[in-house]
Write a protein of this length. Structure first.
Ligand SMILES: [Cu+2]
Length: 643
């Protein structure tokens, strides 16, 4: 095959379908990818930071693609880096003893194969279910519990729900006690476990319009109009809006990725974040029973938030003038496909930005806050996760995760209760669980020489220094090594973390900085430290981790978390206790919610929120949003209320 020189506008431009096709062909032609190998993922091999920093418009770009494949049914994975610019396979690595994320083809095989199995059919009969076609099968990541049947296999655990009609809510009628172990690589049932019959809950749990009866009739239209269009500009994957600039990326596991986030200040773009994304997440369940105790899905690393991204052509959730980005993925045969409109970008009015009414001068100034929203939504089985990055005119960046969808359920004996689950409908309970996310935040605050400080309030004892007992200090402690930087939130002390650049000072002589603010109480892992999931999702045992930048350190629980025994990723990297002061640092922030499910979360859950805010601290000379113009006159005039 001849080398093809591709001219691309920027090294971080999103991967194109023709690049994927070419890379897969090159790998096949070189004899590394058999026809029956399953392609797990294909991503842009992002260039080194220095290459991106040095790149000037018009410079040639080496576009390289990273391909992961499962050559057979076992535990061998092949990773290759293929340069489509050079037409060459650059690097091939083989990993032994590792499993890919759950493959869609193999998951579908589990759903198709299990209903044929006599023990499965018999277990359904014991529950009065005679038609296996009415049973919804959900393959789950199996975890790692040291069982013999896990050994050497890619497995899932399948659980089941009764759906008497196709539009039923399956989660309303869990078939309790029934779990099947399925060998995904070999496509065979390993074992069907029946832990005992519990009656099927009686209610259908419908939430479709036909199920809920008459809808409210007193909601009048509220239209968002932008007659002159949006205030953002888009060029390829590059976005500019209200002094902000960044590039949009898409990854099969992380979903939306933000690259090279900067703010234009006095004519130059000042970097803030080199790269930001959700690097991993886990949902550990708190019920100890055999049907639920093993549940701890890594929805990013085992399923893939990008792979599960919704196409927003199916109904958009945003109002106003919207720009969409497609998400490029690959099927298991190596053919690229696009999730159309996977990423939604639009602007929102967000109340007031700043205001003051000067009683003496009789002036009144108010500015409205506009925010730019870049979002995507992943449907991972029963749950939905919406990831919303917000950019504000005052230099703030926020990530808000919206949790919705349907909770994971269990059937319980009518009238019974549980310590480890809440009853949400007759005969139906939802185990307590957590949703624990980890955001990888590669800060470059005014450059790559950064130091992270822990900042909190320190009350002063009453004494000569504090006679009234009112005094408190702002205490800032530099986190200088990886071990010292494994930290928890402390809401009572207003604890947060500040990333400063000691080589860039503001007009007051202080280093410029950005702070990472926990926006609400956020839990860490509740499972015991010696439990399987606490090892596998060790990232969630601390809210903050800081590492020196290393290109290969991307995913908080390691590259291959599916069925992994644990302690990979953050605990492994940070065991070296590398120095982290005055260098290029990456912050890993674990946050989320502990979900004690309510009756109001059923049958579909109103959005629950989790997230954090990044805000400038001495990064600017003053409020950077003074120059936001007043809103046009007249918009505050009251209309008389109807009626
Ligand atoms: Cu939940």
């Amino acid at each position: 095959m001849s080398a093809t020189v591709l001219t691309t506008p920027h090294p971080l431009e999103m991967l194109r379908g023709d690049e994927v096709t070419q890379a897969v062909e090159l790998l096949r032609a070189a004899g590394h990818l058999a026809e029956d190998a399953r392609v797990v993922h294909v991503v842009l091999d992002e260039p080194e930071k220095e290459v991106v920093a040095a790149w000037q418009p018009g410079d040639p770009v080496d576009r390289s693609v990273r391909i992961l494949a499962a050559p057979g049914p076992g535990l061998q994975l092949l990773e290759a880096v293929v340069s489509v610019s050079a037409g060459a396979v650059r690097d091939v690595r083989v990993y032994e003893g590792m499993r890919p994320a759950l493959l869609f083809g193999e998951s579908l095989n589990a759903i198709l194969t299990l209903p044929e199995h006599p023990e499965w059919v018999a277990a359904l009969h014991r529950r009065g279910i005679d038609d296996p076609a009415q049973v919804q099968i959900d393959p789950w990541p199996a975890g790692n519990f040291g069982l013999d049947l896990e050994d050497g296999r890619r497995i899932s655990r399948c659980i089941a729900y009764l759906r008497e009609s196709p539009t039923d809510n399956g989660y309303a009628r869990p078939i309790e006690g029934l779990v099947a172990f399925f060998d995904m690589g070999a496509n065979e049932v390993i074992e069907v476990q029946d832990h005992g019959v519990v009656p099927l809950p009686p209610e259908r749990g419908g939430y479709l319009p036909a199920d809920v009866g008459p809808v409210r009739t007193d909601l009048r239209p509220l239209d968002i109009t932008q007659p002159e269009g949006p205030s953002f500009e888009v060029d390829g994957n590059a976005v500019r809006w209200q002094r902000w600039s960044f590039r949009v990326g898409f990854d099969p596991y992380e979903g939306l990725v933000l690259h090279t986030v900067g703010y234009e200040d006095a004519g130059r773009v000042r970097p803030v974040l080199y790269r930001a994304s959700i690097s991993e997440m886990v949902v550990p369940y708190g019920d100890p029973g055999p049907g639920h105790g093993w549940k701890n899905a890594f929805d990013a690393g085992e399923w893939g938030l990008g792979r599960m991204a919704n196409s927003l052509t199916l109904g958009c959730d945003c109002l106003g003038v919207i720009h969409y980005f497609d998400g490029l993925l690959v099927n298991e045969q190596g053919a690229p496909y696009a999730v159309e409109n996977a990423i939604c970008m639009h602007e929102e009015d967000y109340g007031i930005l700043w205001k003051h009414h000067d009683l003496h001068g009789d002036t009144s100034e108010v500015r409205r806050s506009r925010r730019l929203v870049v979002s995507f939504i992943a449907t991972v089985g029963n749950y939905e996760y919406g990831f919303y990055w917000y950019f504000y005119q005052d230099g703030n960046i926020q990530l808000e995760v919206k949790l919705t969808g349907i909770v994971s359920t269990m059937a319980i004996e009518p009238g019974a209760t549980s310590e480890f689950a809440n009853v949400i409908a007759p005969g139906l309970a939802a185990p307590h669980h957590q949703h624990l996310f980890n955001a990888r935040l590669d800060f470059d605050v005014d450059g790559t020489t950064n130091t992270v400080y822990e900042v909190e309030a320190a009350p002063v004892p009453i004494g000569p220094e504090n006679p009234l007992g009112n005094a408190f200090r702002q205490q800032a402690t530099a986190l200088t090594t990886e071990a010292a930087a494994q930290r928890e939130t402390n809401a009572a002390a207003s604890r947060h973390w500040r990333v400063v650049n000691p080589t860039s000072t503001n007009r007051l002589g202080a280093p410029v900085g950005y702070r990472l603010l926990p926006t609400m109480s956020t839990p860490t892992m509740l499972a015991q430290p010696e439990s399987s999931v606490a090892h596998r999702a060790a990232f969630a045992r601390h809210n903050l981790w800081v590492t020196p930048y290393a290109r290969e350190e991307r995913r908080a629980a390691g590259e291959f978390p599916n069925q992994h025994a644990g302690d990979d990723g953050l605990p492994s990297w940070t065991s070296a206790d590398r120095p982290i002061a005055d260098r290029d640092v990456v912050c890993w922030y674990s946050f989320g919610v502990t979900h004690f499910v309510r009756p109001e979360d059923w049958p579909v859950m109103p959005v629950e929120y989790a997230g954090f805010v990044l805000s400038p601290v001495g990064f600017f000379e003053r409020n950077p949003a003074l120059d936001v113009p007043p809103s046009h006159a007249g918009h505050c005039d009251a209309e008389p209320a109807a009626g």
